[in-house]
Design a protein around this ligand. Structure first.
Ligand code: IPE
Ligand code: IPE
Ligand code: MG
Length: 250
């Protein structure tokens, strides 16, 4: 008898968001510098992209740098920016070959010039790819994204392009940076912290949240698949009662 597959391939979340936390603690546990942990974290990123591609996840959003992260020691910030440029230049060919499209959310114009340029180049190169969209949240703040959308809504109303009645949840969502991206079904945060840290505040409204103690550099394929298995056991009720979900016609 063959073993049942660990996950239902017909119920893979379309969009998984990840707060990649714990690089610093992982490094410290080994008596290493924090940047050693960030470099190891890049290997997990590669593994999770590959697994997402295999499983048919269509959007993967990775929280890579928050607006709050500018408050870290400058050598760490600089090291993270250098790692970003390096990772993009090393990985863009393979991403392109694997039909992966790169997008970003956050204010990437506020990143150092070489980061901004390498991101723009990689996004342009991969823009017609269709299998997996990898969304990097960089210099990202969920609150700022909502303020920006509100300012845009205000502007559209002043120009009489929309009326206040037309400002539905759907129209508002279309003013966010994630406008063409469905809300994540699943959010995973590694390293034990149970908080959102200003990530996708609007979009996570009905997302299933999953927290694991594993530090990001140790988070690889098997645990990712296990997280999807846990997601598949949850009942997403969206305000209804359980019986309505089990018998949708009653
Ligand atoms: C996450 O790991 C990576 C970034 C925020 C860029 P941390 O650097 O936050 O690791 P810890 O939380 O200090 O262990
Ligand atoms: C959140 O991690 C940001 C990223 C993963 C990029 P942090 O480690 O910065 O979060 P807090 O500040 O501890 O909540
Ligand atoms: Mg952290």
């Amino acid at each position: 008898m063959t073993e049942a597959p660990p996950i239902d391939l017909n119920n893979i979340p379309k969009h998984i968001a990840l707060i990649m936390d714990g690089n610093g603690r992982w490094a410290k546990n080994q008596g290493q510098h924090r940047l050693f942990g960030h470099a190891a974290g890049v290997e997990s990123v590669k593994d999770i992209i590959k697994t997402s591609r295999e499983l048919g996840v269509t959007y993967l959003t990775l929280y890579a740098f928050s607006t709050e992260n500018w408050s870290r020691p400058s050598e760490e910030v600089e090291g993270l920016m250098n790692l970003l440029v390096e990772a993009i230049s090393n990985e863009v060919d393979e991403m392109h070959a694997n039909n992966v499209r790169l997008l970003t959310i956050g204010n990437i114009k506020g990143l150092p010039g070489n980061c901004y340029e390498s991101l723009c180049k990689a996004m342009d190169r991969t823009k017609n790819n269709t299998a997996l969209t990898l969304v990097l949240a960089l210099n990202y703040s969920g609150r700022q994204e909502i303020i920006n959308a509100s300012l845009r809504a205000h502007e559209l109303m002043q120009q009489s392009k929309i009326s206040p009645e037309e400002l539905t949840e759907e129209t508002f969502a279309s003013l966010l940076q994630t406008k063409e991206i469905p809300d994540p079904e699943l959010l995973i945060r590694t390293s034990g912290e149970c908080r959102i840290s200003n990530f996708l505040l609007w979009q996570l409204s009905y997302t299933e949240l999953l927290f694991t103690d594993t530090h990001w550099p140790d988070f690889r394929r098997d645990e990712f698949i296990d997280a999807i298995a846990q997601y598949q056991k949850r009942e997403r009720r969206f305000g209804k009662v359980s019986e309505q979900i089990k018998q949708p016609n009653e």
